[in-house]
Design a protein around this ligand. Structure first.
Ligand code: ADP
Ligand code: ADP
Length: 216
């Protein structure tokens, strides 16, 4: 978990590389649908472009379907899901049905001002959603993805007005989930105002600890 711009996507991709879990980002799934011009993609973008949440029913169905695919069996890192209490409850049901469980809920904390700075300088790649920052993580060649050579663009919902709306929606609808997971003893708070590598190290330590506890 973490507000928009906290570093969820950046970190989830690094964890996929270093720990071998599959990264599943609900925002990336919606953007992929939109790129393919599916009905779900067009519906989702109506909400995404103004910074609101996509309705729970379609979001839960899309993520549930993805989680039932065979590559998820060895474990996943969910990025951006759940974002509401209803989604959290649905995820518990999905985990039960798949005979698996939620190991740990890391929440990356970043102040409001820093969230805005990160979103304003974010550049995303068209092909696979790789993420860069014009100041904090610049690509080798401006406007070009280091990994696949595709064009970098600024997301429509990273415009200044929409950034503020998204942070507000996070505070109202998603932040209460941290209390829900804290009460269950699953939440681990991560200081997101460190370098990308330092945040990664903290996440790896927290996940390793949770793996040991789950195995024991
Ligand atoms: P960020 O990385 O900036 O937090 P995401 O890519 O995760 O943004 O999400 C972009 C948008 O997609 C959200 O503002 C929201 O409209 C929609 N979205 C993503 N995940 C969910 C979800 N779990 N529930 C509802 N809407 C979602
Ligand atoms: P989220 O998925 O939570 O919205 P991202 O991973 O897309 O966040 O990161 C938002 C922006 O901030 C990106 O441009 C990314 O390169 C940059 N960023 C991520 N983590 C850090 C960090 N620890 N320090 C500086 N910039 C960061």
């Amino acid at each position: 978990m973490g507000g928009p711009g906290a570093g969820k996507g950046t970190q989830a991709r690094m964890l996929q590389e270093s720990l071998g879990y599959v990264q599943i980002a609900s925002g990336d799934l919606f953007r992929e649908h939109n790129k393919n011009q599916t009905r779900l993609g067009r519906l989702a973008m109506r909400f995404i472009d103004v910074g609101d949440l996509v309705p729970d029913d379609v979001t839960i169905e899309m993520v549930g379907e993805r989680l039932s695919q065979p590559d998820c069996a060895a474990g996943v890192i969910l990025d951006g899901f759940p974002r509401t209490i209803n989604q959290a409850l649905a995820l518990e049901k999905i985990a039960d049905d798949l005979e698996t469980r939620i190991g740990i809920v890391p929440c990356i904390h970043v102040s409001y001002e820093i969230l805005l700075r990160r979103l304003s300088g974010r550049w995303t790649c068209r092909e696979h959603g790789h993420v860069f920052h014009q100041l904090f993580k610049p690509p080798i060649v401006a406007g070009v993805c280091d990994f696949d050579g595709s064009e970098l663009y600024q997301r429509e919902d990273d415009s200044v007005e929409t950034q503020k709306r998204r942070i507000e929606v996070y505070t109202q609808r998603t932040a209460p989930l941290t209390e829900y997971y804290d009460r269950k003893g699953m939440l681990v708070k991560i200081n997101g105002e460190q370098s990308i590598d330092e945040v990664h190290q903290d996440l790896v330590s927290a996940i390793r600890e949770a793996e040991t506890a789950l195995a024991g």
